[in-house]
Write a protein that binds this ligand. Structure first.
Ligand code: ZN
Ligand code: ZN
Length: 349
């Protein structure tokens, strides 16, 4: 076994906007677990929410380590672990389904009643629990860098989302949102043969969207009516075949529905703040036969698919990682995100 330090630096969340970089014991592992030395972690909108709220209802009760998009090298392997060796480059999803509940048995592992979430990427080491080792820990292909590998989890969510889209070749799909997820949705929808329109408000991101498959972009800050601007870009102003909400704001959910053609489909990808509601007009829902689809998270299948798309190098994945900061400056990373000056920050422990 290589030498592992006894203590490590880790970011500990104590409450809203209270993060302290502390010296903590390196986690010990059980016989079915794996210890990973984190090589890179990426910031995510969810982490920003966690930083803001000082925790997460389902995943994180402070004081706690957090961060969930990471890649690294295996530092130690439990005696009963099969298929993983010390020194292997790996990446994992942030969750693992139970494989036993009603939803797992119905091929809906993203809705697992006992979904295990793993946090603690903003640290030098991370213990990977047995269930995650079995379901969602993957060896990293040599062509995928550690920072790009951190995109595995969010890209898996994007691919899972698009599996719910009823898309025919040449259909117009609208992505509402110019964040990392919006850009990944654009690329993967293009890959599936859609004509993609991306709506956002940051000029730099809208330029980048063209590299991520967008055929047209709409700067919604520059038009009086976003839904009308989208219709203008469709044949006979019919509207979108499929429109995805990738922001997580109730008013954008409503706009997403407003831009559909008759028989069109809205997909709600962005999670809104707790206890929010949307108001939708009943007439088009009924007479225009609109379909509304919520989606959540990802599945082990999509985690593997995501890694294969990261490995094939067709898309400029590394341009989603706009900044790199050491762990000691994690709060600066959140500040950059709050000011919308970064897509994702690579955190180096
Ligand atoms: Zn994430
Ligand atoms: Zn389950």
């Amino acid at each position: 076994m290589s030498t592992i330090k006894k203590t490590m630096s880790a970011a500990v969340l104590y409450g809203p906007h209270k993060v302290v970089i502390e010296e903590r014991p390196v986690p010990t592992i059980g016989e079915a677990e794996v210890l990973v030395q984190v090589a890179a972690a990426a910031t995510c909108g969810t982490d920003l929410k966690v930083f803001h709220q000082g925790g997460h209802a389902r995943m994180i009760a402070p004081p706690a380590v957090f961060g969930h998009e990471w890649s690294g090298t295996i530092a130690a392997v439990g005696a009963k672990v099969i298929g993983f060796l010390e020194g292997m480059r790996v990446v994992a999803n942030n969750s693992a389904p139970c494989s036993r509940c009603y939803y797992c048995h119905r091929s809906l592992p993203n809705l697992c009643d006992d979904l295990l979430f793993v946090n603690g990427a903003y640290a030098e080491y991370l213990a990977v629990p047995a269930r995650l080792v079995c379901t969602n820990l993957l060896a990293l292909p040599p062509t995928v860098s550690f920072p790009v590998a951190c995109l595995t989890e969010p890209l898996a969510c994007v691919l899972h989302c698009l599996d719910h889209a009823v898309l025919h070749p040449g259909d117009t799909l609208v992505v509402n949102g110019d964040g990392p997820s919006g850009l990944m949705l654009s690329a993967m929808a293009k890959q599936r043969g859609a004509r993609v329109i991306l709506c956002g408000r940051a000029p730099q991101r809208l330029t980048l969207a063209k590299q991520f498959g967008a055929d047209e972009v709409v700067n919604y800050a520059a038009v009086p009516d976003q839904a009308a601007a989208v219709r203008e870009l469709t044949t006979a102003r019919r509207g979108a075949d499929v429109a995805i909400e990738a922001v997580g704001r109730p008013e954008v959910w409503e706009t997403t529905v407003a831009m559909l053609r008759k028989g069109g489909q809205a997909i709600f990808y962005g999670g809104c703040p707790q206890d929010t509601q949307v108001h939708l007009p009943t007439r088009p829902l009924h007479y225009d036969q609109l379909a509304l689809q919520g989606v959540f998270h990802n599945t082990p299948y999509h985690v593997r698919l995501a890694l294969s798309f990261l490995a094939d190098g067709k898309w400029p994945w590394d341009s989603l990682l706009t900044h790199t900061l050491p762990l000691s400056q994690l709060c600066d990373a959140f500040d950059l995100m709050l000011r919308r000056q970064t897509l994702k920050v690579t955190i180096l422990p």
